[in-house]
Ligand binder design. Structure first.
Ligand code: BGC
Length: 373
């Protein structure tokens, strides 16, 4: 079976009856559904024509949001009164497959808001593909709740998409909110009621202005922005492959925007391993800092949309050679490690790198479908 069909099968097989997508069924710490991973997985299932699967995930998120909606008013009040908020006060980055907060694991770092922007983006893609206005109506209050939440929290320091650096602001996370809020404007055109269009537009403009003012450096967009440095921004917070998301899929900047082009060049020049796989960032020590399948597919997607079909085809074939005998793709591979001394440390702590990682299969599907349309 080709890896495309295999990937769809794997995602279907490991989607919980609740609709949640487990991050990885065979890795203890990933027995949860992350909104970030899940939203990309739902998008992949949509582009593969598996609308039912994506719809179940979106309805699962909707139920989670109904359950935890009360938190958003508390957050609003605390921000207004200047009361300190703890990590657990925010909407969580991941939930159990039954849609509950994981209150046992202390110190996971739950305040990561990018997944909520990604959810709005993926939901809009689903609605565009399926025309399921019933789902939009069902989720209407929760969509508006997430808009309110993101409008409140995007200017706060939070964990980044790699669950690190809670002391900083992150360009990728802000871009995910940008993509999500833009998606809501498109839902308004489809009939979403009661959205404050003027406020959404104000927030979009504020985020863009923020990144334009503080988020650019010598080699393209910056990975982090320090709250202390807003008057005197860090000019080199390092490059990170997740910055691809600023253009694709979140559309904060066009692919031909000069700073975006420079960012992509910097990612390629600094984070490509000799065999064509992509690292997250220099200095990554997680499992020795290997090459990430999903990021390699993401770069292939960007290359394909930039007209570099051959480069994209190379990334696709590279990924295909990384699948194991079951057709499973891992989170990362260890052929060219940035910090080899850390591989054993992580393997001893948590076992082999997570396989199959559903998010890896998802981005592979997205690249495959883009190239085979
Ligand atoms: C990654 C996250 C991801 C999670 C589940 C973590 O190691 O840093 O981006 O959401 O795994 O796949």
């Amino acid at each position: 079976m080709i890896l495309f069909s295999k990937s769809v099968e794997i995602i279907n097989r490991f989607q919980h009856p609740s609709g949640a997508y487990v991050a990885c069924p065979h890795f203890d710490n990933y027995q949860f559904s992350w909104l970030r991973d899940g939203s990309f997985i739902a998008y992949a299932m949509d582009v593969a024509g598996k609308f039912e699967s994506a719809s179940k995930f979106h309805r699962w998120v909707n139920d989670v949001l109904i359950r935890y909606a009360y938190k958003v008013d508390r957050i609003e009040l605390a921000i207004k009164n200047g009361t300190a908020l703890t990590d657990k006060d925010f909407l969580f980055t991941r939930y159990t497959l039954d849609g509950l907060e994981d209150l046992e694991e202390d110190g996971w770092g739950n305040f990561q808001y990018d997944g909520y922007g990604t959810w709005l983006w993926a939901l809009n893609e689903h609605l565009n593909l399926t025309g399921d206005l019933g789902l939009m109506k069902e989720a209407q209050d929760q969509i508006l709740l997430v808009v309110k939440y993101l409008t409140l929290v995007w200017p706060l320091p939070s964990y980044d998409c790699w669950e690190e650096h809670p002391e900083l602001l992150h360009t990728y996370s802000i871009a995910a909110v940008y993509g999500g809020l833009k998606a809501v404007l498109s839902m308004v055109e489809m009939g979403l009621q009661n959205a404050d269009i003027a406020e959404i537009k104000r927030t979009l403009a504020a985020m863009k202005n923020f990144i334009d003012s503080f988020g650019t450096g010598e080699q393209g967009y910056l990975k982090h922005i320090s709250p202390q440095h807003i008057k005197n921004p860090m000019r080199s917070s390092g490059i990170d492959s997740s910055l691809l998301g600023l253009a694709i899929p979140f559309g904060m900047y066009e692919l031909d925007n000069p700073v975006m082009r420079e960012t992509i060049q910097t990612i390629k020049a600094n984070l490509t391993a000799p065999d064509g796989g992509i690292h997250r960032y220099l200095g990554d020590t997680y499992y020795g800092g290997g090459e990430w399948i999903l990021l390699t597919a993401w770069l292939g997607w960007v290359e394909f949309l930039s007209g570099d079909r051959n480069l994209a085809a190379d990334r696709l074939s590279w990924i295909e050679t990384q699948a194991d005998e079951n057709g499973w793709l891992p989170e990362q591979v260890d052929h060219h490690l940035l910090a080899p001394e850390f591989l054993q440390v992580w393997e001893q702590k948590w076992g082999q790198s997570a396989t199959p990682l559903l998010w890896s299969h998802a981005l592979y599907i997205v690249l495959y479908q883009a190239m085979n349309k």
